[in-house]
Design a protein around this ligand. Structure first.
Ligand code: ADP
Length: 399
């Protein structure tokens, strides 16, 4: 079966067409500036997805975006399928499943209603995700669809991990609690590390380090804690997000800069993190290159970044009462050997011993990067959220 994966944002739509026979990606692409002047499609296909097709045209809404995607996928020149009927199912990435979704689900009216009910928790993403689903339903009314939630994997957390120390009535009335994100990636990695370890019982810390970053503590394949919270703003320092801070900072910035709470949160989401501290870039490669030239702000930003992640690893080892394996994944986790070394530097007391030469060499491939003597095994494992969504979709529609 061929499965189309859709990740819809408010003005963008990412897609991948995966052939589940060999889990190969037939085509992928991105529609940008939906409903804005200068909308365009960037479509990749062919051997190694090296061939490109770009189109700039008016794309007023998500339904039109889907029409353009399907036209690209079935085009005689740059298409990869003859007809849309070859698409057996569609898997949609949905940000917030609140407490309603502990796993992926086939999209029916009840599922759509529940995603809608989670809008207050994901006010920016869920409406866009719903637009993507409705657009697909409009252009492919007979194709089964599945929703895969960023929050679902973390729903196994116990109350001691997900409750905030605020009046309980806010949890009851507004569902304010830790949810966690990147769940599809954490679940994919948790599954793979369990295969590798082959242990009946295991304690693992997963570091998903990309533009957005989150860690999870996973016991026997189940999430027991994670660093992101009610929103993806909490946790470790990220590309443009501050991560955790004293909530009083919000009022302090708002008063001094004459900003509303929403504007202040925008600063914490979009202008903080590596970007805010380095006053240079949110991109790890840029910050690392500038730090190598001796830039003090970039060096400090990298220190803050690594220190926060190191502390979280220590906290999760304590939370789980031990740690068998540590895994790095996502853009930074998979590619940045220097970053990985700086994070585990000083964790030898916990039994973490990195093979520094191997660590420096490994980029974007699965590999054990600890020494044979290391009590804690350390791995790089590339994540693949689209494939995880596709596997769930296949399983649910063929059940
Ligand atoms: P997103 O959260 O947007 O999916 P990614 O997982 O793609 O992000 O990660 C993007 C980050 O990975 C960027 O900060 C980028 O600089 C970093 N990155 C990619 N390749 C490297 C590399 N070779 N060395 C250091 N950082 C890298």
């Amino acid at each position: 079966m061929k499965i189309l994966i859709i990740n819809a944002g408010s003005s963008s739509l990412k897609y991948q067409l995966i052939d589940m026979q060999d889990e190969s990606v037939l085509a992928k692409g991105l529609v940008e500036r939906i409903g804005i002047e200068g909308s365009n499609l960037a479509h990749k296909y062919g051997e190694g997805l090296q061939q490109k097709f770009n189109l700039t045209t008016a794309i007023p809404n998500h339904t039109e975006a889907m029409n353009i995607v399907l036209a690209a996928l079935t085009d005689k020149e740059h298409g990869v399928i003859a007809d849309t009927s070859e698409i057996g199912a569609v898997g949609h990435r949905v940000l917030h499943g609140g407490m309603k979704f502990t796993a992926s689900c086939v999209i029916d009216q009840a599922c759509l209603d529940a995603i809608e009910e989670c809008i207050p928790l994901g006010p920016l993403h869920n409406p866009a995700n719903l637009q993507g689903i409705r657009a697909c339903q409009a252009v492919m009314p007979n194709t089964p669809m599945v929703a895969v939630f960023d929050t679902a994997f973390h729903q196994t957390m116990p109350p001691k991990a997900y409750l905030y120390g605020v009046p309980l009535e806010y949890y009851k009335k507004y569902s304010i609690r830790r949810y966690g994100f990147h769940g599809t990636s954490h679940r994919f990695i948790a599954g793979r590390i369990n295969e590798i370890l082959g242990m009946a019982h295991s304690k693992v810390v997963i570091c998903h380090l990309g533009n957005g970053s989150s860690l999870s503590a996973v016991v026997d394949g189940k999430c027991v804690d994670t660093s992101m919270g009610l929103t993806p703003l909490e946790g470790v320092l990220m590309g443009t997000r501050s991560g955790s801070l004293d909530p009083a900072v919000v009022e302090c910035i708002a008063n001094n800069e004459h900003l509303t709470p929403t504007q202040t949160l925008n600063v914490l989401n979009k202008k903080s993190g590596l970007l805010g501290l380095s006053e240079y870039s949110s991109d790890m490669r840029d910050v690392r290159a500038k730090a190598a030239e001796g830039d003090e702000k970039c060096k400090t930003a990298l220190d803050v970044w690594a220190y926060g992640i190191r502390k979280t690893i220590g906290a999760y080892a304590a939370a789980m009462g031990g740690i068998d394996a540590l895994v790095f994944t996502a853009g930074i986790g998979e590619n940045d050997g220097e970053g990985r070394e700086s994070i585990v530097d000083g964790l030898e007391f916990m039994g973490i011993e990195l093979d520094k030469e191997k660590n420096a060499r490994i980029r974007g491939e699965e590999c054990e990067i600890s020494t044979p003597n290391s009590k804690v095994r350390v791995f790089v494992i590339p994540t693949n959220e689209e494939l995880a969504i596709a596997r769930d979709t296949l399983e649910l529609v063929t059940k």
